[in-house]
Design a protein around this ligand. Structure first.
Ligand code: GAL
Length: 650
């Protein structure tokens, strides 16, 4: 498996390369990732390419057996490019982006595209036959620093074309979008605006204040623009080499449709920083990020950047405590990681990221973090048969779609509603019960239970698949605001919950965004803080009712038998414990084994083994024992702070 670090030879004196390579080999590393951000160095003037430093560095690394994942450098444009061409993005206020960091360029700038394809092609041509280059990465983190959405003239023109292709006639667009409202009819595709700053914006704190179809289509278009930008480079690379091509994704990031971005790549890679200047992530949140990444292609992935030190840009996050780097690595592997590259090998004294620590500090001396990583690598070697190509035993799926994320961002229902938090609460409830839970979309038949919380846009072909899944015995769990919108982000005009009504066997008589909490009682008791659907069961059975308010005694949670399956409808938000109780109940009805472990303990099951992780900063008795796959000894269930164990499955 790939095990190594991101290493940038151009940052160090040539005389140090051999020493770095030796330290890497001694750490057990076999691969580096490099090349991102070297555009200004390898093409100092337009059309003059010089990769000699890379040739040399790759040669030095090869002497220690270290291979290379080579990135195209298009995330950071050189100064000559912006001096010569108008490639910089415009924001929604019409302001021009400034050069000086990275990711400033527009995906629809022909000038930027041409030069990006050119540098990718030149690199591919040059390194195609270099046996030490084992894979390619296109660009770096599309969309980071809020760069997905650009509002320049190139984008406006490209958007018109994109719309024309989709709608055919402007009448069809006008009809579909309902532009008759507020006199927004367009007379041609060239007329269509981008969702820029407008008169209504101050009232909409979230900045999506246009016709909801326009906002939605623009988001799809912007996402497609980056998918296309990636494809141009992918094609250029594949002309010269058949080595695998990837991109480094960003976990929960949601401005780009990651299913589309992943579709033509050979594998997914992603960047994992659980604790940095901007905060510490809950372990379940990181766990979900891994599953989102695995779910993109329903296949294992690699971590292209794994945090390896204290991180920040102008302030620091916490330094990983002893055991944390090992734990984060094992957590990544447990969810489908098949390779780990730590970011970065040696910490840089200059530049924006002088505070972003890597495996080695500024002085380059191996210390605690280096030795912990070295030990982790040795363990992973022993575990290899349980890693490569192995899939976890998932019974549960959380469906996560970008259309839904965007529709909910555009119209949030109530000020406290956040769709991604809703999805996360369902994921967390499952994972806290140690139920292996996948996150993906499109394919339901592999699972016993499919959760579609707040699934408001459901495309007809998807609806058919869900119906088939339930008819054949699957269990679907859905909630308030599901099924309410069409593919163009208009509300449906059938009775709520529209697309899910017959499956759920209910009608929603009315709903309210809450000003003060109410309670429900029944199969689960909970305070409801945000949203109530007042449900009239048609064929469904009532599981919980409201115990106060003018809708007292009306149904809040129902279950309906449909074909051989069941559909749960949850009409309100639930407190964390109540949601966990409900998830446990649903799991039990479906023969899914949940497991209670002390807080902060995460369990993952895969063929032949169980992985036990202690995310607490103290020793814990996990209550699970067996034979350790790492030491071969008996494991009595005790894990040190941030401890990990892999045991043979019973
Ligand atoms: C990632 C990025 C790297 C580096 C790192 C630390 O998001 O891909 O290039 O910037 O963060 O900030």
């Amino acid at each position: 498996m790939v095990f190594g670090a991101c290493y940038y030879p151009e940052h160090w004196d040539r005389s140090e390369w051999a020493h770095h390579a030796k330290l890497m080999r001694e750490a057990g590393f076999n691969t580096i990732r490099t090349g991102d951000f070297v555009w200004g160095l390898v093409e100092k003037e337009e059309g003059i390419f010089d990769f000699s430093y890379l040739d040399e560095a790759i040669g030095v690394l090869a002497q220690e057996g270290i291979k290379v994942v080579l990135c195209t450098p298009t995330a950071a444009p050189p100064k000559w490019l912006v001096n010569k061409y108008d490639v910089l993005q415009r924001d929604r206020y019409g302001r021009k982006e400034n050069w000086g960091t990275r990711r400033e360029c527009c995906a629809n700038s022909e000038e930027y595209r041409i030069r990006s394809v050119k540098i990718a092609e030149e690199m591919a041509k040059h390194f195609a036959h270099n046996e030490n280059v084992i894979a390619w990465q296109i660009d770096n983190e599309f969309g980071c620093h809020n760069s997905t959405h650009c509002y320049c003239e190139n984008c406006r023109k490209a958007f018109s074309k994109w719309l024309e292709k989709k709608y055919g006639t402007i009448d069809s667009l006008n009809r579909t979008w309902g532009t008759v409202f507020w006199s927004l009819q367009y007379s041609s595709f060239a007329d269509v605006i981008l969702p820029v700053y407008n008169a209504c914006e101050p009232e909409n704190a979230h900045g999506w204040s246009h016709n909801p179809s326009l906002d939605m289509e623009y988001r799809r278009f912007a996402s497609d623009s980056w998918v296309h930008f990636q494809k141009l480079q992918m094609n250029a690379i594949r002309k010269y080499t058949d080595k695998p091509v990837t991109h480094n994704f960003m976990g929960h990031f949601s401005d780009i449709d990651y299913y589309n971005l992943a579709e033509e790549l050979d594998f997914v890679a992603w960047d994992n920083y659980p604790d940095n200047q901007w905060g510490e992530s809950e372990y379940e949140y990181v766990s979900m990020a891994h599953e989102i990444m695995r779910g993109l292609k329903d296949r294992n992935y690699i971590v292209a950047e794994q945090q390896s030190g204290p991180c920040g840009w102008d302030t620091f996050g916490a330094t990983p405590e002893p055991g944390q780097l090992r734990l984060w690595t094992h957590q990544a592997i447990a969810h489908g990681g098949e390779g780990i590259l730590y970011f970065r090998f040696k910490t840089l004294p200059y530049g924006m990221e002088q505070y972003w620590y890597g495996v080695l500090d500024h002085d380059g001396l191996p210390r605690r973090r280096y030795y912990e990583i070295q030990k982790t690598g040795e363990e992973l070697k022993k575990l290899e048969p349980y890693i490569t190509g192995v899939k976890n035993n998932y019974d549960v799926l959380i469906v996560r779609s970008y259309d839904n994320i965007w529709a909910h961002q555009i119209k949030r229902h109530t000020k406290d509603f956040d769709y991604e938090s809703l999805l996360y609460s369902y994921y967390k409830a499952n994972v806290d019960l140690n139920i292996d839970t996948a996150v993906s979309m499109g394919k339901y038949t592999d699972y016993k239970v499919v959760y579609m919380p707040g699934y408001n846009i459901v495309h007809p072909e998807e609806m058919n698949k869900i119906e088939e899944f339930v008819k054949n015995g699957g269990t679907l769990v859905t909630t308030f605001r599901s099924g309410t919108r069409d593919a163009y982000n208009n509300l449906l005009t059938t009775t709520l919950p529209c697309a899910f009504a017959s499956l759920a066997g209910i009608e929603v008589e009315e709903f309210t965004a809450l000003r003060k909490g109410v309670h429900i009682e029944g199969i689960v008791n909970s305070e409801v803080k945000m949203w109530c659907d007042v449900i009239r069961p048609v064929t469904a059975k009532v599981l919980s009712i409201y115990s106060e308010g003018y809708f007292k005694n009306k149904a809040a949670i129902t279950v309906n038998v449909y074909g051989k399956g069941r559909v749960y409808y949850i009409g309100c938000d639930l407190e964390e414990e109540a949601l966990k109780r409900l998830v446990r109940h649903i799991g039990e009805r479906c023969g899914i084994e949940s497991m209670d472990t002390p807080e902060g303990v995460e369990i993952v099951r895969r063929d032949g083994c169980v992985i036990i992780m202690n995310h607490n900063d103290h020793k814990i008795q996990t209550g699970i024992n067996g034979t350790s796959l790492i030491s071969g000894q008996n494991f009595d269930g005790t894990l040190e702070a941030y401890g990990v164990e892999w045991i043979v499955a019973e």
